[in-house]
Design a protein around this ligand. Structure first.
Ligand SMILES: *Cc1c(COP(=O)(O)O)cnc(C)c1O
Length: 413
């Protein structure tokens, strides 16, 4: 890792970034930058700030904690081009799940051997596209998929996606939908071998927003037994282990990294040529994005304060429903109304925050303590990069895709 100015140069030249303005901000300067963006927004539309310096420090953390595990960023988490381009410049590979995701990564100039097509159930036309594009690594967990890949992409290397034994505690478990059960591993390996497809390794996902990090250990143990099953069947030795996503930032990340490292040591130290990969989404995207929304309406009911903001559950805050997320809001005064509203008398009120659409479901916060706010003040939501804008809609004419993102570069620590 070079010094900070070098990294800023590299990131500024990254695909998806180089045609944009990147504002260098001092450590702790995010609020000041948000205020400067606000003062240039007379129409008070919501906006994101993507801190590219944060990406640099997250990649640095990853490389220090898990030097042997190469990250393939899961595009579905947030496909914003400057995010993809920066991660590409920082050396990441990519986990794509569809033709369009593969196209958007290839469009950055990333070579197809840095892509894993990590969707265990693919449309035939998308498999054909992957074959033509030279994407030669995918996952499977059904006999039906083996047949499709044989037909449309017979030179593709396969990873058998297994279901981790213990993934129920994750915020978004994936086990009910994906992953071979232990008794299905052997028949799946036989089905692939029978049509001369190469199964080069094992993948799994312990669930997104995982709480129980020991799930990594159980999954790595289960992967080892799939390696042993392949060997027992006389198949060519497996050499790829894909530990998937499920990583979060903060102290939880160090705990996850320690668990992965010690489980690799315990189960895979006798596999010398092993290539270990991963598919983190949330880890890179979540904390890099901050969302600023404007207060467009207010109602007072006794002691309760009710506010309307111009983004909501049908937009960025769809994460409340789909990702079972919780969000936090920080009040910020508008440029025309300077002064920190948090200090207006120091009193806070039990507050409700609604999104802009005419659906009562579109409620972002309830029973939330906020100071007295006014129309045209702003509410800022940190850590809004994971499973937010990616799944927002155009419902009621509030178009998530039109929310602009401003690029900043904070000093990585
Ligand atoms: C969604 C997904 C990921 C990313 O998961 P995170 O919890 O965001 O890290 C990785 N791999 C696959 C196959 C996925 O479906």
């Amino acid at each position: 890792m070079g010094s900070t100015p070098d990294m800023l140069l590299i990131i500024s030249a990254a695909p998806g970034v180089k045609s944009e303005t990147v504002t260098s901000i001092p450590d702790g300067g995010l609020t000041g930058f948000i205020l400067s963006v606000i003062s240039a927004k007379p129409e008070k539309q919501p906006f994101y700030v993507l801190d590219l310096g944060k990406l640099v420090s997250l990649m640095d953390q990853w490389t220090r904690a898990l030097p042997m595990v190469r990250p393939f960023y899961a595009v579905k988490c947030n496909p914003y081009p400057a995010l993809l381009g920066s991660l590409a410049a920082l050396g990441a590979g990519f986990d794509c799940a569809s033709r369009a995701e593969i196209e958007s990564v290839l469009a950055l100039g990333v070579s197809p051997d840095r892509i894993v097509y990590a969707n265990p159930c693919k449309e035939e036309s998308h498999i054909k596209y992957a074959a033509a594009a030279g994407v030669n690594l995918t996952t499977f967990d059904s006999v039906c998929e083996v047949e499709k890949i044989r037909k449309w992409h017979p030179t593709c290397a396969l990873l058998i996606r297994i279901r981790p034994p213990d993934d129920a505690s994750a915020r978004c478990p994936l086990g009910p939908k994906y992953g071979a059960l232990p008794e299905e591993v052997e028949p799946l390996l036989r089905a692939a071998a029978a049509v001369n497809l190469a199964v080069t390794g094992v993948s799994f996902h312990i669930g997104s927003g995982a709480a129980e990090l020991q799930a990594f250990r159980g999954a790595i143990a289960a992967a080892k037994s799939a390696f042993q099953t392949a060997a027992r069947l006389g198949m060519p030795a497996m050499r790829v282990l894909n530990v998937g996503g499920g990583f979060t930032t903060g102290p939880q990340f160090d705990a996850a990294a320690d668990t992965v490292k010690s489980a690799l040591e315990e189960y895979f130290s006798d596999e010398p040529g092993l290539r270990v990969m991963s598919e983190p989404g949330r880890f890179f995207a979540e904390s890099a994005f901050t969302l600023a929304t404007n207060i467009i309406g207010k109602r007072v009911r006794g002691e309760v304060r009710e506010y309307w903001i111009n983004d909501g559950v049908y937009g960025s805050m769809n994460c409340l429903l789909y990702d079972h997320a919780t969000v936090a809001a920080m009040p910020l005064a508008s440029a025309s109304n300077r002064g920190n509203p948090a200090c207006r008398g120091g009193k806070t009120y039990c507050s409700t925050v609604f999104g802009p659409t005419c659906d009562a479901l579109d409620t972002v916060l309830t029973g939330y303590r906020l100071p007295e706010l006014e129309v045209n003040d702003w509410l800022v939501f940190p850590k809004m990069g994971a499973y937010t804008a990616a799944a927002g809609s155009n419902f009621n004419g509030f178009n998530t895709a039109s929310i602009l993102t401003h690029l900043a570069y904070s000093n990585p620590d």
